[in-house]
Design a protein around this ligand. Structure first.
Ligand SMILES: [Zn+2]
Length: 479
């Protein structure tokens, strides 16, 4: 609940300053609903004067009739084991600088537009307040609940990235990949929930209050591009340290939790050492119900409880690499998924190369990728006559899930292995390390990536990357 009164906050800001979100969530488990309020202090970092601010309404991807946004025929039963269930977000009273405005939801319910009374010039700030309510679906997904978990991810209205020349981001939720794109901001979040639950999260400062059979946790998370948390009444927790970084492992079904924690700690140490220090004080590794293997959020990774054995450790190593690629160095995951996904998958191969005790060698990963990709090419050529090998497509343009996965993950690994043959291991690590430093907290484009890697390696890599990314390198050979 918010009220529309207070002090108007406007004025100028320096370019390096960030927008901020203050979010309050009251979760009720009997109805699987939450009453929420949010205040956003938005900083216009574009070169344009803005007459509105747009927000993504990701929870509405789970609303009635929208099943195709979050599932495919192949994943539907896994997402909804108890029959299809719906959820979504309802926007209540919305104010700009504490004055009520007529905010509008798009026809497809995926965007909220908040009109500004007067234009917001570059470097100016405006304050937007809103109430909203959430209904969580009974779904093994980023936003949803099951017997063992309540997943709060992509749950609040998040500002669409504004691109000069293009306006606010218009892409919305699809079932392929991770259809998300956001700017780094500062967050203050207060969550209240029934006391039987444990809250899995990772943040800077904490205040916990117990009142009337409920817990209330208040945290701050600075310089992150999203926040998420998971509730479970079955969570156990193990903690360890990767240098100065606390790694917390939350789980409810793991006969060897020490191994999962060790993988988490090893991964944070390795990527910090090779790419650059993890810039946050803690990371939560959270076992939960999720249709795919895992999912990355800043400072929190979800690991699916359906993944078992060695693969469970692989998923942990992969999702943690995303802390560097997507979390700190961001990109438009809808338009250019390869930037974070291919690099993350290849970073996971580097993790294994440097940790022989995990019994999966680098050459094994590359060989497996080669044969999986050749298999994909063969099958799709047999069925369709030709196969699209482009990596530079937006998520909705990949015609099938295997086309996306094989080109972004598998071809991605092979591409980076080929880059290593091209420029050598030492230069590759120098590029990764410099890239992390150069683009920390920013969003990168493919062009910027290629330009940076060319500059840092001292080699013009434009042809190399374009032939891989545009799909011109058709067949790969074992060497
Ligand atoms: Zn990934």
């Amino acid at each position: 609940m918010i009220a529309c009164f207070g002090i108007v906050v406007t004025g100028c800001a320096k370019k390096e300053e960030l927008s901020s979100y203050t979010i309050k969530v009251d979760y009720f488990d009997d109805t699987h609903t939450a009453n929420c309020s949010m205040e956003v202090n938005y900083l216009n970092k574009s070169d344009n004067a803005l007459s509105e601010i747009k927000f993504h309404l990701h929870p509405n991807a789970f609303s009635a009739g929208e099943e195709e946004r979050v599932s495919t025929p192949a994943t539907r039963d896994k997402i909804y084991p108890n029959s299809v269930s719906y959820g979504g977000i309802e926007i209540g009273k919305t104010c700009v600088n504490f004055k009520e405005v007529d905010a509008s939801v798009s026809d497809d319910k995926m965007f909220l537009s908040v009109p500004l009374e007067k234009e917001l010039y570059p470097d100016e700030r405006v304050s937007v307040q809103m109430d909203f309510s959430l209904t969580l679906p009974n779904a093994f997904h980023r936003f949803g609940w099951g017997e063992n978990f309540v997943n709060f991810a992509n749950f609040y209205p998040i500002i669409c990235v504004y691109k000069d020349g293009e306006g606010f981001d218009k892409n919305s939720y699809v079932s392929n990949g991770d259809p998300f794109f956001s700017e780094v901001a500062n967050y203050e979040v207060t969550i209240s929930y029934p006391e039987k639950y444990t809250l899995a999260y990772s943040a800077d400062e904490v205040k916990t209050t117990s009142l009337q059979n409920r817990e209330e946790v208040q945290f701050k998370s600075s310089k992150v591009r999203d926040v998420s948390f998971v509730l479970s009444d079955k969570f156990k927790k193990l903690s360890g340290k990767a240098g100065k970084v606390q790694v917390d492992y939350f789980y409810y079904d793991d006969f060897n939790p020490e191994q999962a924690l060790k993988t988490g700690v090893d991964a944070v140490k390795f990527y910090s050492d090779k790419f650059g220090d993890y810039p946050y004080s803690s990371l939560a590794v959270v076992q939960t119900g999720f249709v795919h293997g895992g999912m990355e959020y800043p400072r929190l990774v979800m690991i699916s409880d359906s993944v078992k054995g060695e693969e469970y450790q692989y998923v942990i190593a992969h999702e943690i690499a995303h802390q560097w690629w997507y979390g700190v160095v961001g990109n438009d995951e809808f338009e250019e998924a390869w930037l974070d996904e291919s690099l993350t998958e290849y970073s996971t191969a580097l993790f294994y190369e440097n940790h022989p005790e995990y019994n999966l060698s680098y050459s094994q990963i590359i060989d497996d990728a080669m044969s999986a990709y050749n298999h994909f090419l063969q099958i799709y050529t047999d069925i369709l006559g030709e196969v699209d090998t482009s990596m530079l497509k937006n998520l909705s343009d990949f015609s099938t899930e295997p086309e996306y996965a094989n080109n972004i993950y598998t071809r991605g690994i092979i591409m980076f292995d080929s880059l290593r043959s091209e420029i050598g291991e030492k230069k590759l690590y120098a590029c990764l390390n410099g890239y992390f430093k150069e683009f920390k907290y920013k969003n990168v484009s493919s062009d910027e990536f290629v330009a940076y890697f060319s500059k840092k390696s001292g080699r013009n890599l434009e042809n190399f990357f374009s032939s891989w990314l545009e799909g011109k390198v058709k067949f790969v050979e074992n060497n």
